[in-house]
Ligand binder design. Sequence first.
Ligand code: NAD
Length: 395
Amino acid sequence: MIIRPKVRGFVCVTAHPTGCAANVQEQIDYVKNQSPVENGPKNVLIVGASTGYGLASRIAAAFGCGANTLGIYFERPSERGRTATPGWYNSVALEKAAKADGLYASSINGDAFSNEIKEQSIERIKLDMGKIDLVIYSLASPRRTDPKTGETYRSALKPIGAAYSNKYLDTDKRSIQEATVDAATDEDIQNTVKVMGGDDWELWIQALKDADLLSEGFKTVAYDYIGPKVTWPIYKDGTIGQAKVDLRRAKAAINESVSELGGEAHVSVNKAVVTQASSAIPGVNLYITILFKIMKELGGHEGCIEQIQRLFSDRLYNQGGNVPLDELGLIRMDDWEMEDKIQDAVTKVWPLVSTENLEELTDFEGYQTDFLRLFGFGIKGVDYDAEVEPEVDFD
Ligand code: NAD
């Protein structure tokens, strides 16, 4: 079939297998062109490995460090003439490329929050990999079923304390709109912490520890975001911000529980990039379009793969064993995004942006290009008029 993008708000309901494979290959090529990471990890588990920051982490580990990788994700294969989700196509392409390079790469598709997927992962690691020296935790999910109680929680992206009005970008209509988001209830806050907080990260590390599958001196990293003041009411000071506070709590708890192994848990605050998760956060897409224009002009613009390669090469490894941290103990990969010259420029542009000057004041085109690329569209060298088989499977 011929596959075209079908965009519905902040999702695209189709994905292109050849385009997704080309997108993965571009990221692999990027990593292979960087200096190899010295003393990098050799056995890596990535939870949330199929798209965005998790996929980039898997690529940096495998192709930058020569690591064996096990990737956990929740994706849908192609069925009844529908295309698969992009993360499915990405993972097929990644495994193929890893195997071609003689690297072990295996995947488990299912609910990472469940006991069953944790047990399956542990069996796979025991059988094929041995002890793990890096666990990347990169889940972004709207819901979670607690394995202990069976109760399902839904996260909410809401401000805390009072309703919040601000402008946002309607990508379908190419227009700037004003929206009000109601204040979160206490239940919204608790539910968002349940889904996007650190509870499940702790359960993964505990399960690996109990199975004696963590190596001496292993590292684990979860991803965080802080961002600029214009997004604080909805992000840092909102429900999702509370979940990130909980992630930092979990970091401290994990550090305590793995101290006898000399293990280290870290939270890395990453840059705002276009992913399926970030495009769903109200107002954040407008900030991203402004940020990208400024960072492309002033320097320092990065996507997922550039961020994660720098995380591996300049923070986690190559530093004589010391991971550089800020005064709160966080890894700051958003250092370039948060530079004063960048944020001052964002603050100046934000109030001026309107539907009429969107193209002039923001990188709307760049945002749209990155968004479509997530689904395998608009990638150089891919013939989108050619017939393509949507059913693509693992060897
Ligand atoms: P993403 O949507 O691209 O990826 C989410 C991953 O989670 C996918 O691999 C998906 O399959 C997996 N997943 C979701 N639910 C699952 C489940 N129940 N079981 C197994 N796998 C599941 O998201 P992303 O933007 O890369 O976000 C990853 C992390 O990075 C999040 O913690 C996010 O807050 C953080 N972060 C993102 C940004 C950004 O701008 N996108 C910036 C800083 C930090």
